[in-house]
Design a protein around this ligand. Sequence first.
Ligand code: BDR
Ligand code: CA
Length: 305
Amino acid sequence: KIPVIIDCDPGLDDAVALLFAFGCAGLDVKAVTAVCGNQGLEKTFLNARKITAFAGMDIPVAGGAVKPLRRSPVTAAYVHGSDGLGGLELPDPPPASSPDAVTLMGNIIEKSPDPVSLVAIGPLTNVAQLLSSRPGLKPNIKVISLMGGAVEGGNVTPRAEFNIYADPDAAAIVFSAGVPIVMAGLDVTKKALMFEADAAELRRTGRRIPVFAADIFERYFRYYREQGIEGCYLHDPCSVAYLLDPSLFTSGKMHVSVGTSDGELLGATVCSGPDSAEKQANAEVLLDIDRPRFIKMVKDALNSY
Ligand code: BDR
Ligand code: CA
């Protein structure tokens, strides 16, 4: 089993990524940490605890950064609602009892006999703080499988994707940390489409977790329909799927730098390669996905509860 920590900002697709990961026999999710992003930390932390408890997972959940390293917070309530979960109700979780996110991640990585993989599906503030404050732990991080950025295009500005734009300074630290990085950017996540028929299939099971996932997809479909898009993008679950089966994806090794100054490139991931001679690759960038196989994997995991 692959030991994993999931750093997230639930978030509708984060919620799906968590339920997907918890339902996968190949992953050993050691902890969940929350960061401010789609909503403020108070809400993303509460949502992370609610989802973890709802899935019956007895693992620590910790809260991390309340704001980006240097910039003012930006949220995505327009996608995920004012509570970060599209108004979906879940039972109250047990009170929080873990140390802060960076301490928890550090402790787990330090003690783990096998290198730990990080799935980072929110802004990279917590991960950057971990790498800066405990650089000695880097050799015991197997990979950072992150959702963020894009080779081309953006979803907040014409060039920037939300997770990177929300804390570009943190992203710049992570991409230059010398830890193996797999970037699932919009190039691939916009191909990771879930359709209404898939959600209907989950609903028909009548079981708690797949039906809840179908409710999430309903909220998501509504948002995307308004944009003229059929189905919804499963951005964050791509970073979980990569750990389980990299062969779902085609990818290229690239050098990725992050725009941290005001202007057109703020929050953009500037990707060069794979042929660029002058800069060494610092990330494996996912470019395409076997959608049917990916969707089946997500549905199987959700149905496994
Ligand atoms: C990313 O931004 C968030 O709104 C989603 O949860 C995902 O992590 C997509 O750009
Ligand atoms: Ca997210």
